[in-house]
Design a protein around this ligand. Sequence first.
Ligand SMILES: [Zn+2]
Ligand SMILES: [Zn+2]
Length: 219
Amino acid sequence: MEAGSGKPELECRLCLAAVRDEAEGPEAELCFPCNCRAPVHRGCLVQWQRVQEQQLMEQRHSFDEAQARMNTCEVCGARLLPGEERSKPQLGSAVCRAQGGTGKVALRRVPTLSRATRNFSDFSATDGQQLDVLEQDATGEFFRVRAKKAHRYRGEGTTAVAEGWIRHVYLDWQCDLSNQSWLPPPRMPAALLAEGTDRLEAVNVEAAQDSRMQEQDET
Ligand SMILES: [Zn+2]
Ligand SMILES: [Zn+2]
């Protein structure tokens, strides 16, 4: 985050070394998989993702949440894309539509349908607010957005700029979307649809809680 603070030697943010022990080829390369300034060895990142996935599944997080968390930077919130270009979203801005409730939509730390508190930031997008759209997640369901003068989701106060993930149902692109294939028709990722009815019901409950949570906050 701190710009212009000298020229530090490049070290892996996970193993804290410049050279990865006993690694060769792509594994030993330092890469910049997100928006953070600190690089990471490709091999260290893959290892960290494997451990994350294992721990999250052991803690009985949903498959959807585990995938979202292991593929999202905990620091900057961007997708971890070690080998790929970060593709720009088709449209760079959209207007928040809170769909009733408190008029606020809490921004998520990770693009997951899970409604657990750990997945939400403290800040929100407000109904009618113009948002910068930064990227789309792997499922297509979520977009990472930047909100200026973002309001706290609970309580009073604002922050100059907040970034986070928001479901596309809360975004109004203000244009004709009839030929926009990048917007997902389903309400949930294909990965969840493929997992059978148990999971589907769980997701429907979460979707219902989406609106209930807003209603609760009106009191
Ligand atoms: Zn490393
Ligand atoms: Zn990052």
